[in-house]
Design a protein around this ligand. Structure first.
Ligand code: BGC
Length: 756
């Protein structure tokens, strides 16, 4: 390893300092010294993040990128997997570029690495912050053991739009729950010392508002008021910035008609000036050049726009490397702006300890030992069981006994590649179990599991093809009649039918929007036929979004939503289906009755004409469906039951410098242990701007043995009553507030207090 003297002395002095302990003065001195040696081209090179491209298949040395790295035209690379390959590329940067500046290696480590945790949307159903933090911690340990120091996660876009496929990557519809999760994820990834070899830098995305595309179509226009942005969509981004996230990613969409990547108000005034974020901002994939399509000018213009907005690193568009030098000469950008962006990227590398040791994250021994370990898998399995939401179990069919004959049917019953869920770049699916394998393992010799696919994902071959990309194709060439007949044959021999239905994993995720979120035709026909057998049916619904389950609810008494549970999903599903673990997931998004109700969310405003009872003429309602969701935000059943006592408040009023305690006794009234999520909502009855009918302000996940009671206490502070008013001032206003406590956003008991 050849390093300049300057580096060596700096490493000796500062190498041991971690991110949170980083000595800013010394970092500045180090970066100043380094930048004083850099040419303009080398500075612009740091702002360039090309994709790995042909290195994945070929050798790094002979790649086109190698030449650019040697010339100092590359700041980092992403989605390259494996210590050997990454080391080879790092060596080019460190040994063959003029200033030996190490590259930063990023990846979409979204929900785990080789040990894959449930998709983020599913994780949010657990409401278990410790477990979520731990999932990010494990992801960081595995990814850093394999050479990755920077993850493009957490994705914290609030989403009330199930047509949008990327609902799967976020934490649902609620800003408070979303903020808690954003914070937990950043803490999990970054730990307390960013320079430690097993922590990695988070990249919060997609800033901002990507989760609100018109009509749910990916990349589409977003338009909303600033009051809504600040109160309902910005909180998780801000929480992640407050938690010390090292980087942010721009979103593809427009914000106030200016693409986020070129939006100075967003990237500088909000993110840096208001929130104090001091990391770096990377664009989303080709987001700079996409501004040409947005009608913002040619590549040179849009690149200058991005830099001047406060965007530091260009992912894949080649806009910065291609045009900034010219723009500087023409006075369209300043040297100061280029220096600032370059400095921020060098600082990130410094904080990660890459100047101390560019091979810090490239330890073959760790890669062999720390990936996909039994312990990590056990944790992923446990957490997956917490994410499943039991929607219906009115006849007590679940949990199943490990006896008799079980007919396992459905397009998701015997597929391996679909188990981890979308955006699992590092997954090695051939190691993961199918549900069929897991079920056979779970019952052993005690029961018989028969299997038939029963139907394809849908009748439309083209739709299925587009929904099963990336090697996840699963189409069966047999006719629908043949497939169904086989399923009915095995069902005839069974005591119970388990139907593994829903979306394949690539039917959600990026560029996977749907205009119809109801069950797919072929699956519905199969379910009808299974129902007609008269046998009990357990419906397992796989999905990456909230779907329209109205028909299923009308026809089936046992429904477990399993989303995509990660590498250990199949075993985790069996843990719950056979009752080793009781389900405890609670919805982080309202489930609509049909797509026409979308967007539907619990924390909506009142109208001037609220609907007292559906249907009432000249009130705010539909002719053909009521205003309630099929299942409300926060909803989820267990195998046991919980009762809530009468909640109490420690006082009926509080002052701006005081606080109140709200208490409720929750009792496990069933016959087995279970976990419950106790939820606290608040309504501000009169405000200077219209206030939501309720807002989640706190929650507590508790585990109770049969007969056991616990008093759950929530502290209500003025901070919890604050909101952004029309001047975007964050404050609370005196007046009356309703406090609501319950097991979901619908079934609450209400108390009132006054803020004086
Ligand atoms: C996605 C990002 C992702 C990036 C890099 C983009 O298409 O929108 O979420 O991090 O690609 O893979």
């Amino acid at each position: 390893m050849k390093l300049t003297k300057l580096f060596v002395s700096a490493f000796l002095v500062f190498g041991a300092l971690g991110a949170n302990a980083v000595d800013k003065a010394k970092m500045n001195q180090f970066v100043d010294n380094l930048m004083s040696q850099m040419t303009l081209q080398e500075k612009i090179g740091q702002l360039n993040l090309p994709v790995t491209g042909e290195i994945i298949t070929g050798t790094a040395k002979s790649s086109d990128i190698a030449g650019k790295i040697k010339a100092g035209q590359v700041g980092g690379l992403f989605n390259l997997k494996g210590v050997d390959k990454i080391k080879e590329v790092q060596r080019i940067a460190v040994e063959q570029s003029r200033l030996h500046i190490p590259l930063i290696f990023g990846m979409d480590v979204i929900h785990g690495y080789e040990t894959v945790f449930p998709i983020p949307f599913a994780l949010s159903m657990s409401w278990d912050m410790d477990a979520i933090r731990n999932s990010a911690r494990i992801a960081a340990v595995e990814a850093t053991a394999d050479g990755i120091a920077w993850t493009f996660s957490p994705m914290v876009d609030i989403c009330r739009e199930p047509r949008w496929g990327r609902m799967s990557e976020g934490s649902g519809e609620d800003p408070y729950l979303g903020s808690c999760i954003a914070q937990a994820m950043v803490q999990g990834y970054q730990g307390t010392d960013l320079a430690a070899a097993n922590t990695m830098m988070a990249c919060v995305k997609h800033f901002a508002l990507y989760g609100a595309p018109e009509a749910g179509r990916d990349y589409n226009t977003v338009d909303m008021s600033h009051v809504r942005m600040f109160n309902e969509y910005f909180p998780p981004y801000k929480a992640a910035a407050d938690a010390g996230a090292g980087s942010f990613m721009t979103s593809f969409n427009v914000v106030d008609y200016i693409p986020a990547t070129g939006n100075r108000w967003l990237m500088t005034e909000v993110l840096r000036d208001m929130w104090g974020f001091d990391g770096f901002v990377v664009t989303d994939y080709t987001a700079i050049s996409e501004m040409i399509n947005h009608g913002m000018g040619d590549l040179q213009q849009v690149s200058a726009l991005a830099l001047n907005a406060g965007t530091d690193m260009d992912m894949v568009a080649d806009g910065f490397v291609g045009t900034l030098e010219k723009s500087l000469a023409e006075g369209k950008v300043t040297m100061e702006a280029i220096d600032t962006a370059c400095r921020r990227i060098l600082e990130a590398k410094y904080k990660l300890g890459l100047f101390d040791d560019p091979y810090r994250y490239l330890d073959e021994r760790r890669a062999k030992k720390e990936l996909y370990t039994a312990e990590n898998r056990a944790q992923a399995r446990r957490l997956a069981t917490e994410t499943f939401v039991l929607l219906e179990n009115s006849e007590g069919v679940l949990p199943l006994k490990k006896q008799g004959t079980i007919a396992l049917v459905g397009p998701l019953a015997n597929t391996r590649a679909n188990m981890p869920g979308t955006w699992s770049v590092a997954a090695t699916a051939d190691r993961y179990s199918t549900l069929l394998e897991a079920m056979q393992r779970a019952v052993g010799k005690d029961a018989t599991v028969l299997y038939a696919k029963g139907c394809n994902v849908c009748y439309d071959e083209e739709l299925e093809k587009n929904s099963t990309l990336f090697g996840r194709e699963m189409r069966d060439p047999r006719t629908p009649e043949q497939l169904r007949a086989e399923a009915l044959r095995i069902a005839a021999h069974a005591d119970v039918i388990v139907a593994a239905m829903g979306e394949p994993s690539e039917m959600s995720g990026e560029s996977s929007s749907r205009s119809n979120i109801a069950i797919l035709d072929a699956q519905r026909d199969l379910l009808e036929a299974l129902k007609a057998t008269g046998k009990p049916v357990v419906l397992l619904n796989f999905s990456g979004r909230t779907t329209d389950m109205t028909w299923e609810k009308q026809n089936f008494s046992t429904i477990l939503n399993v989303w995509f549970g990660g590498s250990e999903a199949a075993d985790a599903i069996c843990d719950v289906v056979f009752g080793d673990v009781a389900p405890s997931g609670h919805l982080s998004a309202s489930m609509p009755k049909n797509v026409g109700q979308v967007p539907i969310y619990y924390n909506h405003l009142n109208t001037g004409r609220p609907c007292p009872k559906w249907f009432t003429k000249f009130t705010s309602n539909y002719l053909d469906v009521d205003n309630e969701p099929l299942y409300p935000f926060g909803y989820g059943l267990s195998y046991t039951t919980f009762s809530y006592g009468q909640p109490t408040l420690s006082a009926t009023s509080m002052t701006r410098d005081g606080s109140l305690r709200a208490c409720v006794t929750v009792t496990n009234t069933g016959s087995r242990e279970g976990a419950e999520v106790v939820q606290l909502y608040i309504r501000d009855l009169v405000g200077s701007v219209a206030r939501p009918v309720k807002e989640l302000k706190d929650f507590s996940r508790i585990t109770l043995k049969p007969g056991e009671s616990k008093v759950v206490e929530f502290v209500i502070t003025p901070e919890k009553l604050k909101f952004y008013n029309s001047q975007l001032k964050f404050d609370c206003e005196p007046g009356e507030f309703d406090v609501m406590i319950g097991p979901n956003s619908r079934d609450v008991q209400t108390l009132r207090f006054t803020l004086r």
